[in-house]
Design a binder for this molecule. Structure first.
Ligand code: HEC
Ligand code: HEC
Length: 261
């Protein structure tokens, strides 16, 4: 019996040392981890909730949409404009009767949130703007020809609602809408017509007439045929995401692990 005690003790002690070391070194992903905020920012957080700021403003994409997402407001909004906004309101934003101390606490909270990283996924540079419009433009600048019906389809896609969900040559991790340049790789034209007319999954039916549908199809055909040349060489995935969407890793692209140091 007593022969087991020492080995058991050593195993427990080794586990303890390993765990303590990994906590001390802050190794590995920590899903669900939190960031400490100052007492002033904590006060601001309570004010933010009690005054219903979240009913119009999102933080990390969650909250209301009447006003802009405030995750990175502290780096974007000059302090003078911020004070004026709260005191006087702006458009649908009401004026708030807050003391200077309360405004400072709210600002400290917004700064603490901002310091956790980029709150909204950002399209890779070069592919910003309406879906595929940049690729079409680049193609034309380099002297490429675009058949008329494909050009008309590009306009339908760039000016229609498609870009709210679909990205150029990428799958948006939030919307999960497929990369349209790959659609004809696994769907035939009849199936694409069907998706456009009736929707599929979370995609609603698109109000396109027969001519526009034909043009979109011509554009998708052109995209599929020239994808290798059109698509950016880098993988077109956003590199900055809300902290809750990705566990902190030692990945250099992850702004969260940097800002925690
Ligand atoms: C009824 C909706 C509503 C509420 C509630 C509201 N806001 Fe706003 N807020 C807006 C709108 C709309 C704008 C954009 C105003 C503009 O730029 O003309 C805005 C703008 C802002 C901006 C500037 C953001 C930027 O990027 O320019 C900040 C900061 C801000 N609000 C903070 C707050 C805070 C803090 C609260 C709570 C005390 C709050 N808001 C409550 C609607 C609201
Ligand atoms: C509200 C978001 C939303 C909008 C707006 C939207 N889509 Fe979609 N689309 C999706 C989603 C999500 C899917 C995947 C549906 C599924 O999983 O079944 C999809 C699928 C597709 C597919 C099938 C792709 C494949 O590889 O299977 C095509 C083609 C398509 N969309 C074209 C369009 C076009 C063209 C427009 C604009 C006229 C558009 N979509 C607008 C969300 C959207």
């Amino acid at each position: 019996m007593s022969g087991w005690r020492w080995p058991a003790f050593l195993v427990v002690a080794a586990c303890f040392v390993a765990q303590a070391t990994s906590v001390w070194l802050d190794l590995g992903p920590r899903p669900g981890s939190t960031v400490a905020i100052s007492p002033l920012a904590r006060q601001g957080q309570a004010l933010f909730r009690n005054h219903g700021c979240q009913s119009c403003h999102a933080l990390y994409g969650m909250g209301g949409f009447l006003g802009p997402d405030l995750t990175n407001a502290a780096r974007r909004v000059p302090p003078g404009r911020y004070a004026q906004l709260l005191q006087e309101g702006a458009g649908p934003m009401p004026a708030y009767r807050l003391s200077a101390d309360e405004r400072a606490a709210l600002w400290a909270y917004l700064q603490a949130v901002d310091a956790t990283g980029q709150g909204t996924p950002v399209a890779p540079p070069g592919d910003a703007g309406p879906v595929f419009a940049t690729a079409v433009q680049r193609w034309r600048i380099h002297g490429g020809e675009l058949p008329d019906d494909a050009a008309a389809g590009a306009r339908v896609v760039a000016t229609g609602p498609c870009g709210a969900c679909h990205r150029s040559f990428a799958v948006d991790p939030l919307m999960r809408a497929p990369d349209l340049s790959l659609a004809l790789a696994h769907l035939d034209e009849r199936q694409v017509r069907h998706v456009l007319a009736d929707g599929r999954g979370t995609m609603p039916p698109m109000a396109l007439d027969a001519r526009q549908t034909g043009q979109v199809l011509a554009f998708l055909r052109w995209l599929a045929a020239n994808r290798d040349e059109l698509a950016p060489q880098r993988p077109a995935t956003p590199t900055t995401l809300p902290w809750f969407a990705y566990p902190a890793t030692n990945d250099r692209d992850n702004p969260v692990s940097e800002s925690r140091q």
